[in-house]
Design a protein around this ligand. Structure first.
Ligand SMILES: CC(C)(COP(=O)(O)OP(=O)(O)OC[C@H]1O[C@@H](n2cnc3c(N)ncnc32)[C@H](O)[C@@H]1OP(=O)(O)O)[C@@H](O)C(=O)NCCC(=O)NCCS
Length: 190
């Protein structure tokens, strides 16, 4: 049986497509930018190191443990401006973890809000997930604001659970259930 086609998603302004090998440079640029990695769990110093992330995207699909999309403008579909998706998917409990990052030139335009809403709708509708969780550095105020706008509920703080650059980080735990009420001004099918 041939594998299912990759599910491209469309929002009002953006195209979410499969991440392909020619995106490696943009993924490296994003995940080595100090503004992006300041509160992000993954970072790379060289293009070669960033190949680990490219393999991780493919492994998610091959092992059916998640799916990440390249965020693009439809007028320029070859250019990745960010990435978002679901990983750590557990088909027994119907849970998954949400992730996202954008190149800083695209912050503050509502790109993440629009694209992450589409990813969540896909997670609940197509993947039948019941719970989507997100762990966020307590100092990552843009990401916290995004999750709260998307209707995620704050569950508590996991203290000292990540060691980064010699600092023990506290992470805020958020979740959104398929059965939670849609947030006010909801977009992207949520
Ligand atoms: C987290 C991150 C994706 C958020 O990006 P963002 O652009 O701030 O988030 P949104 O897409 O929700 O945009 C909201 C902003 O766009 C503005 N905006 C402009 N046009 C808009 C529109 N049409 N719709 C909604 N918001 C719009 C809002 O006013 C808001 O601005 P503000 O933050 O100055 O108040 C980005 O900061 C990032 O890549 N961070 C680094 C990686 C990271 O930390 N990832 C998360 C790890 S948990």
């Amino acid at each position: 049986m041939s594998p299912a086609p990759f599910p491209e998603l469309r929002t009002a302004r953006f195209l979410l497509r499969r991440i392909v090998p020619t995106d490696a440079e943009a993924v490296f640029v994003g995940l080595s930018d100090p503004r992006v990695i300041r509160h992000y769990g993954v970072s790379y110093r060289t293009r070669e190191e960033a190949e680990v992330q490219m393999r991780w995207f493919e492994d998610l699909l091959a092992q059916r443990t998640g799916i990440w999309w390249a965020v693009c403008e439809p007028s320029n579909p070859a250019t990745l401006i960010g990435a978002t998706g679901l990983n750590g998917v557990c088909t027994k409990h119907l849970t998954g973890e949400l992730g996202y990052w954008l190149l800083p030139d695209h912050w503050g335009r509502g790109v993440a809000g629009e694209c992450v809403a589409a990813v969540l709708a896909y997670g609940y509708d197509a993947m039948k997930l019941h719970r989507v969780a997100a762990d966020v550095d307590v100092d990552n105020l843009r990401s916290i604001a995004l999750l709260e706008r998307l209707g995620f509920q704050f569950e508590g703080v996991r203290r000292g659970c990540e060691l980064k650059d010699g600092r023990h980080l506290d992470l805020r735990v958020y979740s959104r259930l398929a059965t939670d009420a849609a947030p006010a001004n909801s977009k992207g099918g949520l």
